[in-house]
Design a protein around this ligand. Structure first.
Ligand SMILES: Nc1nc2c(c(=O)[nH]1)N[C@@H](CN(C=O)c1ccc(C(=O)N[C@@H](CCC(=O)O)C(=O)O)cc1)CN2
Length: 296
């Protein structure tokens, strides 16, 4: 392996510590702690793990955590009523509805019901629009976390060629917007792109968020490229009945060519929750009429 390992776990832990240090100043100014409400519908085991981790991280940062659980068969109206109540609750600065939702629910309709100024996931169309035009707003946690890792590693990104593989509303599209705002030359590729290896070969930055285990090969990469792997795919392990996590990048071959690469696990994943806390702190300042917290 020649690539440097981009340690997202360590970066996220530093970010969370800085957020925790900033919370007392908010409490002193606003007379209350920032509040994050997380809503989970159904029994998906992985989602429950993430929601528990979010609650724990919120409390560790000195913020108020409000957790709401609805059964898998709950009607969509119950979820919309809960979101309405959270929109109106002055103790709640951020609202997050854990995805995926059960199949009978319309994710877009639920996201649209969240007050855009409390939308700490940054998924509301108002926030997508704000990001597209360069206006202040809530930015989706995973892509913002990727950008933080890239800037920490590379500094100024101006003029660099970036390929984003994946075009989801949650990662691919906002990632591309963030890189455009940093003056990168951005190509958005996806599972149907015909000449993907050729596009990847030109890129200084590769962000893989396509959801296909180990699809991006080291042989495709430009020597020294920075590779950010957003994929979290569970695949069969070496031992019978065991599984392991892999990214969208074939780590072993990529690490031999890249300049730097995020591992899976321990790369982008931990950044998602750290940036969620950052977004909650930012939302709390805005709702309290305070200037944005510095350094985030
Ligand atoms: N409303 C939202 N739903 C979902 C989001 C989101 O940002 N908002 N993202 C994902 C899940 N997610 C957070 O919710 C998340 C995924 C992964 C990790 C993480 O730290 N992963 C670890 C590995 C964990 C494991 O062992 O399974 C890592 O990569 O190191 C954190 C948060 C979908 N839903």
């Amino acid at each position: 392996m020649t690539a440097a390992l981009v340690d997202g776990k360590a970066f996220a832990s530093g970010l969370r510590a800085r957020i925790a240090e900033a919370v007392p100043a908010f409490v002193a100014a606003a007379g209350r702690a920032p509040g994050l409400a997380v809503v989970i519908v159904g029994d998906d085991p992985a989602s429950h793990v993430y929601v528990r981790a979010k609650g724990r991280a919120t409390r560790e940062a000195g913020m108020e955590s409000f957790e709401h659980r609805l059964p898998a068969h709950a009607p969509q109206a119950d979820l919309l009523n809960l979101v309405e109540a959270l929109n109106a609750d002055p103790a709640v600065d951020g609202i997050l509805v854990q995805l995926p939702l059960p199949r009978h629910m319309d994710e877009a309709a639920v996201i649209a019901a969240i007050d855009p100024d409390k939308d700490v996931d940054g998924f509301h169309v108002v926030n997508a629009g704000r990001l597209a035009v360069g206006a202040p707003g809530m930015v989706p946690c995973t892509p913002l976390g990727c950008l933080m890792l890239l800037k920490d590693r590379l500094g100024d990104l101006t003029g660099l060629d970036a390929v984003v593989i994946g075009r989801s509303n949650i990662v691919g599209k906002p990632m591309a917007q963030l890189l455009i705002a940093e003056s990168c030359t951005v190509t958005v590729a996806h599972s149907r792109t015909r000449n993907l290896p050729d596009l990847v070969a030109r890129a200084d930055i590769v962000v893989a968020a396509v959801g296909r285990p180990e699809m991006i090969k080291g042989e495709w990469l430009k020597h020294g490229a920075t590779v950010i792997d957003v994929g979290i795919n569970r695949v069969p392990g070496e031992e019978e009945g065991k599984t392991r996590l892999v990214g969208d990048v074939d780590f072993a071959s990529a690490a031999a060519v890249a300049g730097a690469i995020t591992p899976v696990p321990g790369g982008v994943g931990p950044m998602t929750i750290a940036v969620l806390l950052r977004n909650t702190l930012v939302a709390a300042h805005a709702r309290a009429g305070l200037a944005p917290p510095e350094g985030f």
